[in-house]
Design a protein around this ligand. Structure first.
Ligand code: ADP
Ligand code: MG
Ligand code: MG
Length: 886
């Protein structure tokens, strides 16, 4: 079995096997770019190691063989005392997990080869000892779990002794002393000396990288990003090149376009005389990549050429890591880069313009989650709010919240329902929990490529990084900026687009993308790359999709907004809100009615109110279908809560007031009390039990349609009966409804469809029978999920879903994204059997899932006609329906 691939043997298609880093190093090698030679140990080797706890059979020999050939190629042996070959041992999974797993640099250095390395570098002792102390530090922390702070503390002490804060001021002697200190730390924590044998260093480092796949923070990151837990990581062994050889060396990171806005240009950070992580760790302040032109024009030009080449090759934004060793450029990593939602749209549009991709591909490159992000509101700023600091807009959005300084505190306050902003000097992978819990992240150090920036962008979380006017004091739980002191619990607002930081809570306004959907910005004339790109891609999605998109709307205003957002009808108009507010009293009358007469009076009073509501909605939707659901919730929801009512009655009695009416109400509430109301008297059951209730609603709907038509408009009502489980229920309601419709419609030409929700599992399983009495089905996926799993939607999420997610019983709440295997199967069965019984049966979805990207793809695949979702989700559903169709 082949476990080890030379860089020349791989390519970018082999990410499953070689991980993203390895596959792309191979790709660059084969493009003829300057990549230090090396090889990749496959994810299969890692998986085998993780399941058995041992390196798989044959791995050691293959590593030996590849190492030997690397040594031959380089003309050096690993850790040779006179002229050592040094390597890095780098993790690299299929999906990028920035900073989550481990890498060890300078493997092969020991007490003897450090002398050889210095000689090889022309007697550069400083460089050699700097490299050695880095090895002990990284190896100790990563491979042997020595607490990293101890090394950092020793480094700080060495700098302090020297009276400096800059690591470059430490000379060879200082660094040699530091190596001694590090070795003592290593020995103290591990009970052994730092391993001097190069091959042992290599093997232990490889093992540590395997094991880092299951490090706590990596597990957490995967869960957050929905990366499968069983992929394993590859290990890349790469010949070291040195950016810490002196001022003519350095290391940097770059993007081929701005990952924040998508704008073309040169984006990156460079740090002279530095190695590896120094750039992203915020050890010293980096310089913008443009300045490399002054420092080393030849390398700069070569780098720009390579970046252009990579973009053309990958046909996408790439990010890269590079190192310059004494004027020679080396490429250490590339990948298709992460980007903000705005950049995703803008870049997709640009690449179409450049002829690199077509519109179908552009549609693939964006997604509904990104579009949803672009619809977030942004700050509404006036003179009252002056920014107190400006950092880098690292991940867009507008976030306000209470300041916290630790991950733990962020988690704590967020659990209490507070919005928090996590403020740190810089974040590291241990802050992940806090970053997830926070509304936004604010750091005083680090650029667009810092840990905070990269991780926040990935999560779609607002982030301002490198706001260096902030003096962050974590132990004292405060920061100061421009004479202000901000303590834990004070509110700040951060703008992840502009990088500005405000004290207090800044009010928000709609984003430009929402303004575009509202029709307030003309995409043809506006000079805004984002709006134009969104318009273009949405237009393509609309042309491509087969699924129609409707909205859930109960009022004329919602209906109007949804239409502007592209809704093609209403898939769910709930009627229960029409019984609230002032109308509550009428409902009370209905419930308390002691005879047919009183009940009819109450219903007659409700009728014109309902009719007026429907007229407004039909007008707004002018000719588009409107599905009206007959009343669904248990009636006691319209009455005051039992306890409150009981207290009121008692108090009134005490005062000697006349409480006859309240007592009657209380008695009714007691009578209607249900232990399990969501499985009780609701939906169609109400219609069958309370005479005249459904009839009144059917009459109101039909009369409204007729009124609109007589006024010259068009109305397409679809009456939907909720909670049906048996065809007999629907037949009973239908018979009465048909009679009323026939009577009201007269010669108006209005057509009214009658259909049902499929939300009780039995309905899905008897869909063939139910379709005989239904002209359409609308899947109520909220209830279908609730009843399919037996989970009370209102209770379970907080109670135990965390545990289910932890155990991987599901990867995401089934109320958020449709459970395709179980609930989805019910939908599939109902769709097939319903259509078999009644060809042309209309099928739609009206649960929250109608606006969830993954669910939309599922509904497309089972052949539904439409999805329906809240107005703000309509553009997301349009986009995803388009993506599902291409
Ligand atoms: P990550 O996935 O966290 O970025 P990497 O494996 O890319 O980890 O390595 C960490 C840092 O070390 C990066 O800055 C990388 O460029 C640098 N590095 C890795 N291998 C080498 C090498 N062979 N020579 C010089 N620098 C290296
Ligand atoms: Mg890297
Ligand atoms: Mg329901």
């Amino acid at each position: 079995h082949k476990y080890v691939y030379d860089f020349a043997e791989g390519n970018k298609g082999l990410k499953d096997l070689l991980g993203g880093k390895g596959a792309n190093l191979a790709e660059m090698t084969n493009l003829g770019l300057p990549v230090p030679p090396g090889f990749t140990i496959t994810t299969e080797a890692c998986k085998a190691y993780l399941t058995t706890g041992r390196e798989p059979e044959g791995l050691a020999a293959q590593i030996e063989a590849h190492l030997e050939s690397l040594e031959r190629e380089m003309g050096r042996r690993l850790g040779d005392p006179d002229d050592p070959l040094l390597v890095s041992v780098r993790s690299g999974a299929k999906f990028s997990m920035p900073g989550m797993m481990e890498t060890v640099l300078n493997v092969g250095l020991n007490d003897r080869s450090v002398i050889g390395l210095s000689a090889q570098a022309g007697g550069n002792d400083r460089f050699a000892w700097d490299s050695y102390r880095r090895l002990i530090q990284m190896f100790g922390k990563t491979v042997c779990e020595v607490p990293g702070e101890e090394f950092e503390h020793a480094l700080d002490e060495a700098k302090h002794a020297k009276g400096t804060s800059n690591d470059l001021d430490l000379d060879a002697d200082d660094l040699r002393g530091l190596v001694d200190a590090y070795k003592k730390i290593f020995a103290k924590h591990t009970g052994r000396e730092f391993p001097q044998e190069p091959r042992e260093q290599l093997d232990l480092a490889i093992r540590a990288v395997f094991e880092s796949w299951n490090a706590e923070r990596a597990v957490l990151y995967r869960r957050q990003e929905r990366i499968p837990a069983d992929l394993g990581t590859a290990v890349n062994v790469v010949t070291m090149v040195f950016g810490n050889l002196g001022p003519d060396s350095g290391t940097g990171v770059a993007f081929t376009r701005d990952p924040g806005s998508g704008a073309q240009g040169i984006y990156g950070d460079y740090l002279a005389n530095a190695q590896g992580e120094d750039v992203v760790a915020g050890i010293r302040n980096t310089v913008p990549l443009q300045e490399l032109e002054q420092l080393d024009k030849a390398s700069y030009d070569q780098l720009l050429g390579i970046m252009a080449r990579l973009e053309e090759h990958y046909k996408d934004l790439c990010d890269i890591e590079f190192t310059i060793e004494r004027g020679k450029l080396w490429m250490l990593q590339t990948r298709v880069g992460k980007r903000t939602a705005a950049a995703a749209f803008v870049i997709a549009g640009q690449l179409v313009d450049e002829g690199l991709i077509d519109l179908d591909e552009a549609l693939h490159r964006v997604n509904g989650a990104q579009l949803a992000q672009l619809m977030f509101p942004r700050f509404q700023l006036d003179h009252e709010f002056e920014a107190v600091a400006k950092g880098i807009g690292a991940s867009p959005g507008a976030a306000s919240g209470k300041v916290v300084f630790t991950s733990a505190r962020a988690v704590e306050l967020a659990a209490e329902g507070e919005a928090v902003i996590l403020v740190r000097r810089e974040t590291n992978p241990d802050d992940l929990n806090g970053m997830i819990a926070a509304q936004g992240i604010l750091t005083s150090r680090g650029g667009k490529t810092s840990h905070a920036a990269v991780v926040a962008r990935g999560m779609g979380k607002t982030c301002v990084s490198g706001a260096d006017e902030l003096e962050v004091n974590v132990p004292a739980k405060k920061f100061t900026v421009g004479g202000h002191v901000v303590n834990e619990g004070d509110v700040v607002s951060i703008d992840g687009t502009t990088g500005k930081v405000y004290l207090g809570e800044v009010p928000v306004m709609p984003s430009e993308v929402v303004q575009y959907f509202e029709g307030e910005l003309d995409p043809e004339t506006i000079d805004d790359a984002l709006v134009r790109a969104v318009h273009r891609i949405m237009t393509h999605a609309d042309a491509a999709r087969r699924l129609r998109v409707r909205t859930n709307a109960d009022t004329g205003a919602d209906a109007a907004r949804a239409r502007r957002f592209g809704a093609e009808g209403i898939g769910l108009c709930r009627t229960e809100h029409m019984f609230l507010g002032d109308r509550r009293e009428l409902v009370e009358r209905l419930i308390l009615a002691s005879g047919e007469r009183e009940r009819e009076d109450a219903l007659a009073a409700l009728l014109p109110l309902q009719r007026a509501d429907f007229i407004e909605i039909f007008r707004e939707m002018d000719g588009l279908p409107v599905t009206v659901r007959l009343i669904d919730p248990p009636l006691h929801e319209f009455l005051p809560p039992l306890e409150q009512l009981a207290v009121n009655v008692a108090v009134a009695q005490e005062r000697g007031e006349d409480v006859a009416k309240e007592e009657a109400l209380l008695a009714a509430v007691r009578r209607m009390h249900e232990e399990n109301p969501m499985l009780g008297l609701r939906g169609v059951r109400l219609g069958l039990v309370i005479p005249g209730l459904f009839a009144m609603q059917v009459r109101a709907i039909t009369e409204a349609a007729v009124a609109v038509v007589r006024d010259g408009g068009t109305a397409c009502p679809e009456i939907m009966v909720p909670l049906v489980g048996a065809v007999q229920e629907l037949e009973t309601v239908r018979a009465e409804a048909e009679r009323i419709i026939a009577e009201v419609v007269g010669d108006s030409g209005v057509e009214v469809l009658i259909g049902t929700m499929i939300e009780v599992p039995r309905a899905a399983l008897t869909a063939g029978q139910i379709a005989e009495a239904a002209e359409f089905f609308s899947f109520g996926t909220n209830d279908l999920t609730q009843m399919g799993w037996g989970f009370s939607r209102d209770d379970v999420e907080g109670a135990f879903f965390w545990r289910y997610l932890e155990l991987g019983i599901f990867g995401i709440s089934p109320f958020e994204s449709i459970d395709t295997d179980g609930v989805g199967r019910l939908i599939r069965i109902a769709a097939e059997e319903g259509r078999a019984a009644r060809p042309g049966l209309k099928l739609g979805v009206c649960g929250e899932h109608g606006g969830d990207p993954d669910s939309v793809h599922f509904f497309h695949s089972v052949g539904l006609d439409y999805v329906s979702c809240s107005p703000f989700r309509v553009p997301v559903a349009r986009l995803e329906a388009g993506r599902a169709a291409i």
